[in-house]
Design a binder for this molecule. Structure first.
Ligand code: ADP
Length: 445
């Protein structure tokens, strides 16, 4: 397999607001999630299955043995520490491994076992005796392709006859090359070139086509077209599989163009709620006063670990500096950091090496740090136009269903404007946000 180094991602110019990072950040977010996730997310929701043929029996498996995988693959599965299929895998794996193979569109949040599932399907369907590509997987970015490639390598560790090659920029092959590897992972542009322009791959021999992270994919201009052009070169009987963490209308439309006659599997994400959260606000007049109030709160209550959200990188940097001057061990998560650096910061925080994590909104979106019981909104979440961002508020402090422990949220208000935002958030959720007097903090413990 080709190796490649990971280039730097995103520049950090000036005092961008967190929201401005958002546009090109879907892929970075997804990568971050992969880097920091070491196991399955908990979910209580039931998988929804829509079969193409509703009369055919619906199989689900509770163990990997039931799937009759090749022993080399079963060994790979156990070497990765998997004991039983995840919720989505229970249904997806029998469908993907059925004979004849079935098409599938699957949607579930990141961390539910989608990648592991399609990697297993790809490795199961290729014939190691045939020295040509039989399984293609397209990912939205170079980094995500590398990450998925790693999973293929891990899972296939005991199945060394099957080889993998990366169709990513920088991996230049001599003209006239005929690939011998059975599995190809790459980005849509290079994959299309390899099939069409350079003919390194004969698309007519492909048995499995996987399109991963469809929601991230369609956010990039051109990827949609390239993916569809690849798909059109594949034989009719080729198995088409598409995965996505979210499922907006646009994703769905795209999915239907990629995957004919699909089975559909959906797993709703766990609802977030404010029910188990005590919410407070603190009235201040300036950034400095907010900092003082924060110190008072820290002096008065025992806080295991806290996350503090700021609107801009500049405020986050300033606050982290002030807090460490006060003797706190602070971690700073900021937009100008590379994804790998961000993952390292989050890992350290999760290990308890720092007790305070200061961050801008975008950096921490979608990241679950389960043990955090205190969330401080140093700035309230607002959208680009300055309107209250209820969704982000809920996501910062909300807890999911029955896994949620009790939590504490403290909002810093420093102007009439932010008081107004707070009131609107309070009205939206219809949950009282109590005023907190930082000179008298007995009430919160
Ligand atoms: P997704 O693609 O939905 O984000 P992944 O396949 O990457 O999910 O799985 C998330 C994490 O859970 C990974 O660390 C993966 O190794 C692990 N994992 C996947 N399937 C299982 C399983 N059946 N048992 C235990 N861990 C699993």
């Amino acid at each position: 397999a080709a190796s490649a180094t990971t280039p730097a991602k995103t520049g950090g110019e000036g005092d961008k607001t967190g929201e401005e990072d958002d546009k090109d950040d879907k892929a970075a977010q997804s990568l971050l999630n992969k880097l920091i996730r070491s196991n399955l997310v908990n979910t209580t929701n039931q998988v929804e299955v829509l079969q193409r043929d509703p009369n055919s029996p619906l199989y689900s498996v509770k163990s990997f043995e039931e799937l009759r995988l090749k022993p080399q693959l079963l060994q790979g599965v156990y070497a990765m520490g998997f004991n039983r299929p995840s919720k989505i895998q229970e249904n997806a794996l029998p469908m993907m491994l059925a004979e004849p193979p079935q098409n599938l569109i699957a949607q579930s949040q990141s961390g539910t076992g989608k990648t592991a599932a399609f990697v297993l399907a790809m490795l199961s369907h290729v014939d190691p005796n045939n020295k040509f590509p039989q399984a293609l997987c397209v990912s939205p970015t170079y980094e995500l392709a590398l990450q998925t490639g790693k999973v293929i390598e891990q899972m296939g560790k005991h199945y060394s006859e099957v080889k993998l090659v990366y169709a990513i920029r920088g991996n230049k092959l001599p003209r006239g090359t005929q690939l011998q590897e059975q599995v190809v992972i790459g980005t849509p542009g290079t994959m299309l070139d390899w099939c069409l322009k350079f003919k390194f791959i004969d698309p007519k021999k492909i048995k499995v086509f996987v399109l991963d992270e469809a929601d991230v994919m369609i956010a990039t201009q051109g990827h949609q077209d390239q993916s569809i052009r690849i798909q059109r070169m594949l034989p009719k009987q080729c198995q088409m599989l598409l995965f996505s963490a979210t499922f907006e209308e646009t994703v769905w439309n795209f999915a239907q163009r990629i995957v004919p006659d699909p089975n559909i599997i959906k797993l709703k994400r766990e609802e977030e709620t404010l029910d188990t959260i005590k919410q407070y606000y603190v009235l201040c007049n300036s950034k400095e006063e907010k900092f003082m109030a924060l110190c008072n709160i820290y002096g008065a209550i025992t806080i295991a670990q806290a996350m503090i959200f700021c609107h801009t990188r500049k405020t986050a940097g300033w606050l982290a500096g002030e807090l460490s001057r006060e003797g706190h061990q602070v971690a700073l998560l900021s937009g100008e950091m590379q994804v790998e650096q961000r993952a390292a910061v989050i890992d350290r925080f999760r290990d308890g090496k720092e007790k305070v994590l200061v961050t801008t909104n975008v950096c921490a979106r979608g990241i679950d740090v389960e043990q955090v019981s205190v969330v401080i909104n140093f700035d309230l979440p607002v959208d680009r136009d300055g309107n209250p961002d209820n969704e982000t508020y809920l996501h910062r402090i909300g807890r999911t269903g029955r896994f949620g422990k009790r939590g504490l949220a403290i909002n810093m208000v420093d102007s009439r404007f932010s008081m107004n935002v707070l009131n609107k958030i309070q009205d939206h959720f219809d949950k009282k946000i109590e005023k907190l007097d930082t000179d008298d903090l007995d009430e919160i413990e």
